[in-house]
Structures are given as structure tokens and as C-alpha cells.
Design a protein around this ligand. Sequence first.
Ligand SMILES: CC(C)(COP(=O)(O)OP(=O)(O)OC[C@H]1O[C@@H](n2cnc3c(N)ncnc32)[C@H](O)[C@@H]1OP(=O)(O)O)[C@@H](O)C(=O)NCCC(=O)NCCS
Length: 180
Amino acid sequence: MKPERGSTIRLRPTMLSDLDFVGSVENDPANRPFITPWERVQHEGAVRFPDFRHFIIEAGEAYPSAGFVILQGCRNPHGSVELKRIVLQPKGQGYGRTCVRLLAQMAFRDLGAHRFWLDVKSANTRALALYRSEGFVEEGCLRDSVRSDDGYDSLIVMSLLEPEYRALVEARESHPADTA
Ligand SMILES: CC(C)(COP(=O)(O)OP(=O)(O)OC[C@H]1O[C@@H](n2cnc3c(N)ncnc32)[C@H](O)[C@@H]1OP(=O)(O)O)[C@@H](O)C(=O)NCCC(=O)NCCS
């Protein structure tokens, strides 16, 4: 039987000794157009401050360090947790979807979120397709809000609310074959 795409994912807390790897992933030309790289000190803060969760993505023996993710708002009094960043080096192999599902589960089940949200550059068709297909709803567009190589890019704000997430999980459990 064909192994399920992206099935072997583990998130482990990022250590300060991982930050060279994190910096190299952020500055990889394959990723840079889609994110705004942070200074090392910002990552150090995210590793240390309890409002953040900073993880290295491990994808089995093939990719012991496949990328990283950051959650922000983990102590938000309104239960609004942000998927601040997700970057994967192996692309198009299903790891992104597996990871987003794990993070949604963490946000709603472990952190007690009511709202799990993110923003994504409007030109990032791959990430947009992934978030849409994982149930995120578009809330609006922050026009020309980040600089790009040829001008400005807009950010699309998307969110998933807890009742929507619960309905998705129930639907997946009752129709496992229909899930993406
Ligand atoms: C965005 C990212 C996290 C997605 O992870 P991934 O492992 O590449 O994505 P997956 O393989 O799980 O694919 C998920 C879906 O994205 C869409 N997708 C994948 N590759 C695509 C492409 N080249 N073009 C358009 N859509 C694409 C598909 O809908 C796919 O689902 P399907 O294969 O079931 O049809 C990853 O590509 C990445 O790190 N990109 C660079 C940084 C980035 O953009 N981060 C997000 C910032 S908001």
C-alpha cells in the first residue's frame, strides 16, 4: 500500500542551537518571497516567551529537520491563536497539510483556542490553496501591506473558528476517504 503523503510528522520544540537552521530556511530563495524573515533575536524571543510556540518539523528519517513553525497568541485572552509562520523545505509532498492539521489540533484542543488565524501573501497560491482546503475562511485583504521585489503585496487574512473546526473533524471521522 502506498504510504500516506506527509504522514510522518513530529513537532519538537525549537532549541537555540536550531536557529542557524531556521535562519537558513527563512533565507532560502524558495521561501523568502513568501515570508518576512526575522532577525535571530526575534526567533530567540519566540523560543523563550510563553505566548509563542516555536517548533522544528521532523518528517521521519528522510527529513529530520524539514522546516519550522511558529504559533503566536498562545496566551491570548480572547482565544485567538495565530499561525505566525510555517516553512517546509520538502514541498508538495503533503507535509504542509499534515502540519496544518496538527497545528489546528494543538490550537483548539491543547491551547483552547476559539479562533485560529493567519495571513498569507495574495501571490502565495500554494499556501492559499492549502489553507482554503483545510477550512480556513477568508476574512479580508490588507492591501499593499508588505513590500515585495517589484512593489507591494497584499495579505489575505484567514481564520478557522472552533465550531467550524469541530464540524470538519466530525466530517473527516465519518467520511475518512473524502479527506484531502
Ligand atoms: C506553503 C507550504 C507550507 C505548504 O506545504 P507543502 O508541504 O508544500 O504542501 P502540501 O504538499 O501539503 O500541499 C497542500 C496543498 O497545497 C496545494 N499545492 C501544493 N503545491 C502547489 C503548487 N505548486 N501550486 C498551487 N497549489 C499547490 C494543493 O492544494 C495541495 O493539496 P493536494 O496536493 O492535496 O492537492 C510550503 O510549500 C512552504 O513552506 N512554502 C514556502 C513558505 C510559505 O509559503 N509558507 C506559508 C506562508 S503563509
